[in-house]
Design a binder for this molecule. Structure first.
Ligand code: DIG
Ligand code: MN
Ligand code: MN
Length: 391
């Protein structure tokens, strides 16, 4: 045991589909055998995870009878209890079956939209039965290739109708459940509606029950849009809307790789963990740390558990590095906010008097501009903490 071994307090989770990924890709067949959900629960518990997440059909095969569904759920609940694991998040597979080939909630076919609502209500019931408190919506098929197929405004309204309807269902059932919307710019559709977390944050404000809806940002998805992940997470946290998070890694300019957390852009991963853990002194994120990622296709089952341990271990190493960085007096000196008691009160809360005082300020732009900010030293200090030569 060392300081980087995961504990339940870390609230690390994996989806059944992540460690259960069989390595199939658009260019090759599966390289690993499917893993039975109860077995995944056992192995994740052994790795030190806190919980396991699922799409409905990760556990209950599409089209199963009610009796089969109940038997599967019974066995899964037994495994959860036997291994002290919980189900913090559930979601619906609204992208696998061909019926969803042109979307689910945004489909042009009312029968498809009806089927999507029915399937999601059933999946919400399943998630709640397993103890989930967070319900994720990732609209993998909610998009277009031939963009003339529907007015994007119609797609937006259909998504709003579906989410308002399902919020109504959760409230009608008195479920203790919040929704988390997950953005992605493309793949599998040529373009996906609501492509970034920022788009989702605006969309949430247009919903009837917006207070029960937040976001589930994913590292790879914001990166695919060419955006810095921690800025999306910071905006979600600042808005009180970071209800869940999908952690992984991604090379810029590639398809969605869902790589082991921290295995690509270590600096981005460090800044993210620093933000989530509040080592700068700001509020920390208290929700599940979910790794929506999978092992390389080169791996056998042992490699899958290496992958799972690596996700959690890297997160914990970066947490310790971030704590040391923000405790470093040289760092604190460089990032200490500049205060000016004569100016600070004038910068917010408009009054005519403040406007007059601001206009009377004698600010020398050249002298002000001449001040160096020492960000080179700051970033070098961060690199040295990251590289383990300072700490
Ligand atoms: C893909 O990033 C999506 C699906 O795996 C799932 O719907 C969601 C839950 O984390 N992430
Ligand atoms: Mn992804
Ligand atoms: Mn995801």
């Amino acid at each position: 045991m060392d300081a980087f071994n995961p504990t339940k307090d870390d609230r690390f989770t994996f989806g059944l589909w992540t460690v259960g990924n069989t390595g199939r890709d658009p260019f090759g067949d599966a390289v690993r055998k499917p893993l039975a959900p109860p077995y995944v629960v056992k192995k994740l518990a052994e790795c030190g995870a806190w919980g396991v997440n699922l799409h409905d059909n990760d556990l209950v095969p599409f089209g199963s009878s009610a009796a089969t569904r109940d038997a599967i759920v019974r066995d899964f609940k037994a495994a959860l209890s036997d291994h002290g694991m919980c189900v913090p998040m559930a979601t619906t597979n609204l992208f696998g079956h061909p019926i969803f080939k042109d979307g689910a909630f945004s489909s042009n076919d009312p029968k498809v939209r009806a089927f999507a609502l029915k399937k999601t209500m059933d999946a919400i019931d399943l998630g709640v039965e397993l103890g989930a408190k967070i319900y994720v919506f990732w609209g993998g098929r909610e998009g277009a290739e031939a963009d003339a197929c529907r007015d994007p405004r119609v797609a937006i309204q259909r998504m709003r109708d579906a989410l308002d309807f399902l919020c109504g269902y959760v409230r009608d059932q008195n479920y203790d459940l919040k929704f988390a919307l997950e953005a992605k710019p493309n793949e599998p559709r040529g373009d996906i509606y609501f492509p970034t977390t920022g788009h989702m944050l605006h969309f949430i404000e247009t919903l009837h029950h917006k207070d029960m809806v937040g976001v589930n940002p994913e590292v790879a998805h914001e990166n695919m849009a060419g955006l810095p992940f921690q800025h999306a997470v910071a905006q979600a946290m600042e808005a009180g809307k970071l209800f869940h998070i999908d952690l992984n890694a991604q090379k810029i300019g590639r398809y969605d790789q869902d790589l082991r957390f921290g295995s690509e852009d270590v600096k981005q991963a460090f800044l993210l963990v620093r933000l989530l853990e509040g080592t700068t002194g700001g509020p920390r994120y208290a929700g599940p740390r979910h790794f929506d990622a999978h092992a390389y296709r080169t791996e056998d089952e042992d490699g899958v558990w290496d992958f799972a341990r690596g996700c959690m271990r890297t997160y914990k190493i970066l947490k310790v590095r971030a704590q040391a960085f923000d405790a470093d007096p040289s760092v604190r000196e460089l990032i200490a906010p500049t205060k000016d008691p004569a100016i600070d009160p004038l910068l917010s809360g408009y009054t005519r008097d403040k406007a007059t005082k601001l206009r009377q300020l004698a600010i020398d732009p050249d002298a002000t501009a001449a001040r160096g900010l020492r960000y080179e030293r700051l970033d070098q200090l961060m690199m040295e903490h990251l590289l383990g030569v300072r700490g």
